[in-house]
Design a protein around this ligand. Structure first.
Ligand SMILES: [Cu+2]
Length: 165
């Protein structure tokens, strides 16, 4: 074997070692949403954003949500507790690659708290979803003609027991 062919054999061996490692590199997920809409709202009140969200290509975790129109935002789940509707934060939310969550009234939703301004018809509200792998992704939610949520303070369990039931 010449020095040159030894070097070439070394290069091929390196390539063969490298190839499967490349194939196993963690993929970045891709986030798609469908049917986005947000409730209209008044200054200081609450609103909620809904959509069908799909995580593609790789497992990921939704760490947080935010919107410039709200002082605070959180991914919530509504559940029925003996006839009383309760909401709790469900962050972080894990997604298997290819999985979808349908956000709708009475279920999972993006809660927008203490609105900085009114949300009126014919506008689109930006909502940013921050994922562990995909990073922050922003989508625009059109305001729908649905009665705004009441301006009253949310019930104590809403604010205090973020991870309770
Ligand atoms: Cu909520």
């Amino acid at each position: 074997m010449t020095a040159r062919s030894v070097r070439f054999a070394g290069f091929v061996a390196m390539l063969l070692a490298w190839w499967p490692a490349m194939a196993q590199l963690p993929q970045t997920s891709r986030i798609d949403i469908n049917n986005p809409w947000v409730r209209s709202g008044i200054v200081g009140g609450m609103s909620a954003a809904y959509c069908t969200l799909t995580v593609r290509d790789a497992d990921d975790r939704l760490l947080s949500v935010s919107s410039p129109v709200a002082e605070q935002a959180s991914l919530h789940e509504t559940s029925d507790d003996h006839g009383v509707s309760r909401m709790r934060s469900v962050e972080p939310m894990s997604f298997a690659a290819g999985s979808t969550v349908v956000m709708k009234p009475g279920g999972t939703h993006v809660m927008l708290m203490r609105l900085k301004r009114a949300l009126g018809e014919n506008e689109k509200v930006p909502v940013t979803f921050t994922f562990e792998k995909a990073g922050p992704v922003t989508f625009y939610f059109p305001v729908a003609k649905v009665a705004p949520l009441p301006p009253m303070a949310p019930p104590m369990d809403h604010m205090e027991h973020k991870h309770g039931g």
